[in-house]
Design a protein around this ligand. Structure first.
Ligand code: ADP
Length: 334
């Protein structure tokens, strides 16, 4: 992975945390989601009740964790964080749920990756605030019902469609987060620069915003790399020229495609003649898991008009060929 795509290290994580909006008012963009969620929370507050369960879907880095933290903060409730892959047994979930207090917010990231038995336990917990804890094995096993105080589950998933219907139906409010427009990303970059005490020019932040892949997390990460460059190789000010030079150095292209995005396009055009090709085949070609290609790379490529999902497989659009500097073979695009 390139530097820019690399997982944040410890310090970087602390910086990322410092840049998180703390209240709904600080959240940039996502106007509709903010208004809808604001109403859900305000109504619950007035009734003195725990808000309904909330499902947040959308690609990584668009603000799902941030919103979960804000839900807890706005309700003045503690937040507990876990993730689907961490809950391998129903017992793991029972342990978490039995430690909850009334009004607590439980955030389950990647909720679609929870094990089946845990999922079934969660249905009951969400609906009846009760779980059956099974003690022992085989014919001697007994189920002990356990009451759980009312809590709010906030589930996050890359695509709501990955959840089984019964689980999806138990959320009272579902929000889908979309990629951000350059204007919103620009506001996020300027807000972050202010918090970091970094001097920026308007066309400098616009340059970062336009290469951020529609994603706030990436916008903040690129800002940090550009800030490094500005401090070491220039006079500390993020101008357009500084932003361009830094982003070129880190191989973020002008459309913001990252290494995986480019690898997918490259395989699609060069190895599979532009498709149609199945997503699993494409994933093998780029050495990634199918889910990563489907849930991380594809949504952005589709939105950029570079890739199309057809019933017969994935197809490169004329723009994809152009992006790679290649000529589309005649007759590949109907
Ligand atoms: P997800 O959980 O969807 O992967 P996060 O909530 O962790 O994404 O967001 C990643 C980073 O992007 C956060 O550190 C936060 O600073 C920033 N961010 C996300 N959404 C927004 C937003 N709407 N406004 C400002 N910053 C945001």
């Amino acid at each position: 992975r390139s530097l820019v795509a690399a997982e944040a290290d410890g310090d970087e994580r602390a910086v990322e945390a410092a840049l998180r909006p703390r209240t709904l008012d600080e959240v940039v963009g996502q106007v509709r989601v903010r208004e809808q969620l604001g109403l859900v929370l305000e109504a619950a507050r007035r009734r003195g009740r725990t808000p309904d369960h909330v499902l947040l879907s959308g690609p990584p880095g668009l603000g799902k964790t941030t919103l979960a933290m804000i839900i807890a903060a706005e309700m003045s409730a503690p937040l507990r964080l876990t993730s689907g892959p961490a809950i391998t047994h129903a017992g793991d979930l029972a342990a978490i749920l039995s430690g909850m207090n009334e009004g607590d917010v439980l955030f389950v990231d990647e909720i679609h990756r929870m094990s089946r038995p845990a999922e079934e336990m969660l249905y009951m917990a969400m609906e009846d605030f009760r779980v059956d804890v099974v003690i022992g094995k085989g014919p001697g096993a007994t189920a002990i019902p356990l009451e759980i105080p009312p809590f709010t589950l906030v589930g996050a998933t890359t695509r709501a469609g990955l959840l089984p219907g019964p689980l999806r139906d138990r959320f009272g409010f579902t929000a889908h987060l979309e990629f951000y427009e350059p204007d919103d990303l620009d506001r996020i970059v300027r807000r972050s620069a202010g918090l970091l005490g970094c001097e920026v020019e308007l066309d400098g932040t616009a340059e970062i915003a336009s290469r951020s892949r529609g994603t706030p997390r990436i916008a903040n990460r690129l800002l940090r790399r550009v800030r490094d460059y500005a401090q070491v190789r220039a006079d500390g000010v993020v101008t357009r020229a500084v932003a361009r030079a830094a982003l070129d150095l880190y191989e973020v292209d002008a459309s913001g495609l990252d290494r995986l995005d480019r690898a997918v396009l490259d395989a699609l055009c060069r190895r599979f003649g532009g498709g149609p090709v199945g997503v699993s085949t494409l994933a093998v070609a780029v050495g990634e898991e199918r889910e990563t290609v489907e849930e991380v790379a594809e949504p952005f490529l589709v939105r950029q008009g570079l890739l199309a999902r057809t019933p017969r497989g994935r197809v490169a659009t004329p723009a994809a060929w152009a992006h790679l500097g290649l000529r589309a073979p005649a007759g590949t695009w109907a």
